[in-house]
Ligand binder design. Structure first.
Ligand code: CTP
Length: 399
């Protein structure tokens, strides 16, 4: 469940070639639980049919100020919306909105609302770079309008350049961010994810069953709540929208990457860092024709969460994970104290539907003041949201 669940979103579609992508935006919003009311401008109807939106959105398309059933559709929509999202937004829409012009249903609704507004512009590079367009965007941003910038890529007519509509996934993630509590806004949140891989030789590794799903869900949650997010990951997955991913492989790589951002406001060590690694990794692939079965002797890795706990800057919230198969809470409480953490996420990785590789999880949050909260079985995203609720609470207790 995200901030889009149950939200009424007025989806304005204007007349650009990217209007077809608004169909996917509408579908994704509905999938996220939003109630979507589409408004198509006259221009948009040249590019997409209203039947498609009628079928996919939550209400029938509206197009006009002169609807006989509702004499004031713009104020009704403007007053009841939780969010107005315009995707794609043409140069004309930006100009009209900046000027406060209201000569069609969409522009009138934009003027008749106090709801947050998110616009996703799309146009040819020359138009996007025109000072008039950029000037309009500066003014709109100053007024608090949220903007998802276009991306570089293929444009109408085969040109390549900047101005392509942001991806539907990105637009929906931004919509979620606009509606979410921004209780991590202005903070830098560092999250580690995945199991580290420790080399035996150049082709073989020792690793663990972590897939990074909980870490990625944490990154999505923190970004939605307004944080700047660095995700230090061993996993080859698509980066969550808005998140900076630092790829790493071994515990030593992860250690170095975490130390480079150790001054962050929040650090969540969700990664399953190897406790042991081969002491003498071979420089070349070990061949079976070499003879004997190799014996791999192991050495301890450095537990850098201990270092982070010892040198924790004032105001930082440090969160560890305890992935356990027995004595869950006892082990978690011990780790919390030993590593000087503010919070530890006790995760019974042997429980059905919880832990490594599952899409769901079930944890107990153990706080530095000994308080404990059970987070029931839910998606890893719901668990991530509960972890950041706890992080925000801990931040609130700092002087
Ligand atoms: N961790 C770390 N560096 C390591 C090992 C673990 O930073 N070399 C972090 C993990 O990311 C996790 C926390 O420490 O957040 C707990 O890890 P875990 O291996 O469960 O704890 P240990 O103290 O090593 O306890 P044990 O292996 O005995 O269960």
């Amino acid at each position: 469940m995200t901030s889009l669940d149950g939200a009424k979103v007025v989806l304005g579609v204007t007349g650009g070639i990217a209007a077809y992508k608004a169909i996917e935006v509408s579908r994704r919003l509905v999938d996220a639980g939003a109630h979507v009311v589409p408004i198509l401008t006259e221009g948009a109807e040249h590019f997409v049919g209203r039947t498609t939106f009628d079928a996919l959105a939550s209400e029938k398309v509206q197009t006009t100020l002169w609807d006989e059933t509702s004499p004031i559709p713009h104020t009704t929509l403007g007053q009841t919306a939780d969010l107005i999202l315009v995707a794609p937004a043409t140069a004309r829409l930006l100009a009209d909105y900046r000027m406060g012009r209201s000569d069609d249903l969409l522009t009138a609704t934009l003027i008749a609302t106090r709801a947050p507004v998110l616009i996703a512009p799309a146009m040819h590079t020359e138009m996007w770079e025109h000072p008039a367009v950029q000037d309009n965007l500066v003014v709109l941003r100053e007024r608090g309008v949220h903007v998802v910038d276009p991306e570089p890529g293929r444009l109408a007519g085969g040109d390549i350049g900047f101005g392509r509509l942001a991806s539907p996934a990105s637009i929906v993630a931004h919509a979620e961010r606009v509606l979410a509590a921004d209780d991590l806004s202005g903070t830098h949140v560092v999250i580690t994810a995945g199991g580290t891989r420790e080399a035996i030789d150049p082709v073989r590794v020792i690793s663990n069953r972590s897939t990074g799903k909980q870490g990625y869900a944490l990154a999505e949650s923190a970004w939605a709540r307004g944080a700047r997010v660095t995700l230090i990951s061993t996993v080859d997955r698509e980066a969550p929208i808005g998140v900076t991913v630092v790829p790493v492989e071994s515990a030593a790589d992860m250690h170095a990457a975490v130390m480079a951002v150790a001054d962050a406001d929040v650090i969540v060590m969700a990664a399953a860092v190897a406790d042991f690694r081969p002491a003498n990794p071979a420089g070349d692939k070990i061949k079976k024709t070499d003879g004997a079965v190799p014996e791999i002797s192991l050495e301890k890795t450095h537990d850098f969460l201990v270092d982070l706990g010892q040198s924790k800057p004032a105001g930082q919230v440090l969160v560890g994970f305890a992935a356990e198969t027995q004595n869950l809470l006892e082990n978690a409480r011990g780790k919390l104290k030993r590593k000087n953490l503010d919070l530890i996420v006790a995760n019974d990785v042997s429980a059905p539907g919880a832990g490594f590789a599952h899409d769901t999880n079930k944890v107990t949050l153990v706080f530095g003041n000994s308080e404990e909260i059970d987070v029931p079985m839910g998606s890893k995203r719901v668990v991530a949201d509960a972890i950041f609720d706890a992080v925000v609470r801990v931040r609130g207790t700092f002087p």
